[in-house]
Design a protein around this ligand. Structure first.
Ligand code: ISL
Ligand code: CA
Length: 546
């Protein structure tokens, strides 16, 4: 167990501030709200908090469109509130990871406002501008949020690149002055005492500046081949690491890596020159067809378990993995991988067992510790997400009905993850005293923190037991990962081992019964059913020390 560092041992709790806790009755979660819940966060047994973006933003894409990297979104509070939050976390021994969005800015950022003014503006080159081709966009790149990724600007008659929404123009990292600005803003937050950075779509910061047209209709393939892993990626990351990150002690970096593959992931993770970790989407994109998020395809348990093996093998060489089963961009983990009706408790706790017994730093999304589930939009107009709104616009062009589209959005849309946190069974779930910016999931009266706090068998209390178990047995953090072959593909089983210390984890992804041998003399450390049994019950999860 050499090479011990805090971020390998940390369990990270992800907070979507808009939906966590409102302190002043305007219906929007805020920093004072988070401050009021710090003891709750600490009680979970986690070590760090990752905050989704809290910077000034027109909020076209949930704050991922930043108009000022140096100030706090007024709805969320002030810089003073931020310092208070940071101090409050540190007092409790918790670290803070900030989310920096550096692949693009808001179109309302002063850089873009300038850049738009004329072809000769000094900020022109901070973004990607191109003339059209025969009256059309410069190439056929599709945007993540539907439509073409180039937008015509009437004033100068050129197009700018926006891989995400039209209000998120891509920043041009080829420009040295822009890169200096980026380094400066990172220093600003690190100087304030932030412990780590999550770098949004870091895989896309280096563009193929000849902008070759994509020749595939498969969106995720386009991400892999055209948007990610560009020619200067390693150089840009190395510059960030050596000129900025290394100036501060013990700072952790985790990149978000849509489009990375096991073959190129390690390019990001050089111990001296790279990031510490990168989120891959092996399992998250598994059920997406060529059309991406709103084009679901079936997935199998074999595909699912293979992802963990492939990626553990990758990071076993160098680097370090990160484990997550949901976040603010995807469906709720229990609705997606578990059974959120008949076996809601069992499958939630099974997924928690998986998350906290894998090699790699676990990231848990707010609400998953109480088994929050997907919500149901009744009309597309109820969606608060630009991806869903735009997806519907595109779907209509293909002749889809609203009901058809809603079934897709309710399966995989981002609104599912973004409903307000369910603190208690009151009208607005204890999230706000005012009117919430987004409807709560109606199941808040059944699924909430208050009820689960007092129930010893709750998902919440199981989560706490799992975090302390992981801490008590460092082999669950550092030990090797070895999948066990099983006859029943609904049984996901593996060993974690270091030297003579060995653990067996068995996770039964099914509503039926099954069996799996437990070696004699094995000691059961935890399980999501009260007693041991010779058979495997629906969604049973166990950890044994061998
Ligand atoms: O969710 C996805 C698939 O549709 C991902 O591809 C996701 O859009 C992608 O990983 C980028 O996500 C990040 O950057 C976006 C922002 O909307 C997401 O919330 C953020 O996590 C643009 O900044
Ligand atoms: Ca508020």
């Amino acid at each position: 167990m050499s090479d011990r560092v805090w971020w390998k041992e940390a369990i990270v709790y992800q907070i979507y501030p808009r939906s966590f806790k409102d302190s002043n009755g305007d219906g929007v979660g805020d920093l004072q709200g988070i401050i009021s819940k710090l003891d709750y966060i600490k009680s979970l047994g986690v070590d760090a908090v990752w905050l989704n973006p809290i910077y000034k933003s027109p909020n076209d894409d949930g704050g991922y469109d930043i108009s000022d990297y140096y100030s706090i979104q007024p709805e969320f509070g002030s810089m003073q509130d931020f310092d208070e939050l940071l101090a409050g976390l540190h007092q409790r021994g918790l670290k803070l990871i900030m989310d920096l969005v550096l692949n693009h800015s808001s179109d309302e950022h002063p850089w873009f406002v300038e850049s738009k003014k004329s072809k000769s503006n000094p900020f022109r080159d901070y973004y990607f501008w191109k003339p059209g081709k025969n009256g059309h966009a410069p190439n056929n790149w599709p945007s993540f949020f539907g439509g073409n990724a180039w937008q015509l600007d009437e004033q100068t008659g050129e197009y700018y690149l926006h891989l995400f929404s039209v209000k998120q123009p891509d920043l041009n990292w080829e420009n040295t002055a822009l890169r200096k600005e980026v380094h400066e803003l990172m220093r600003y937050w690190l100087k304030r005492g932030v412990d780590g950075l999550r770098l949004d779509v870091i895989s896309a910061i280096s563009k193929r500046t000849d902008f070759p047209p994509t020749d595939t209709v498969d969106f995720n393939e386009t991400i892999r081949r055209y948007y990610s892993n560009g020619p200067r990626l390693q150089e840009f990351i190395e510059e960030v690491r050596t000129k900025v990150i290394n100036e501060y002690k013990d700072v952790m970096t985790v990149g978000e890596g849509p489009g990375i593959t096991p073959q190129n992931a390690l390019d990001y993770l050089d111990p001296e020159k790279g990031l510490n970790m990168i989120f891959h989407f092996g399992h998250m994109f598994m059920d997406q067809g060529p059309g991406g998020r709103f084009d679901p395809i079936p997935w199998s348990m074999t595909d699912f378990t293979k992802v963990f093996k492939t990626w553990d093998d990758t990071f076993a060489k160098t680097g370090w993995g990160s484990i997550f089963l949901g976040n603010h961009d995807f469906a709720r983990m229990v609705s997606r991988w578990g059974d959120d009706s008949s076996y809601w408790r069992e499958s939630s706790t099974l997924l928690i067992t998986l998350l906290l017994s894998m090699r790699g730093t676990p990231f848990i999304f707010q609400g998953d510790e109480i088994g929050m589930t997907n919500t149901k939009l009744k009309a597309v107009a109820d969606s608060k997400d630009i991806e869903t709104q735009n997806g519907w616009r595109e779907a209509q062009k293909r002749g889809m009905s609203e009901d058809q589209f809603l079934s897709l959005a309710n399966y995989s849309g981002r609104d599912n993850a973004r409903t307000p946190m369910q603190w208690d069974d009151s009208v607005f779930g204890g999230f706000t005293d005012g009117h919430p910016w987004m409807d709560l999931n109606p199941n808040k009266s059944r699924i909430n923190v208050a009820t689960q706090t007092t129930d010893p068998h709750s998902i919440l209390n199981y989560f706490r037991s799992m975090t302390s178990l992981r801490k008590a047995h460092p082999v669950l953090t550092y030990g090797t990962y070895e999948p066990i072959e099983t006859k029943d593909d609904r049984v996901f089983a593996y060993y974690r081992q270091e030297g003579k210390e060995k653990y067996q984890i068995v996770l039964h992804f099914s509503n039926e019964n099954s069996t799996f041998p437990i070696p004699l003399n094995a000691q059961r450390l935890i399980g999501n059913y009260a007693n041991e049994s010779l058979s495997l019950r629906p969604w049973e999860a166990t950890i044994h020390k061998l």
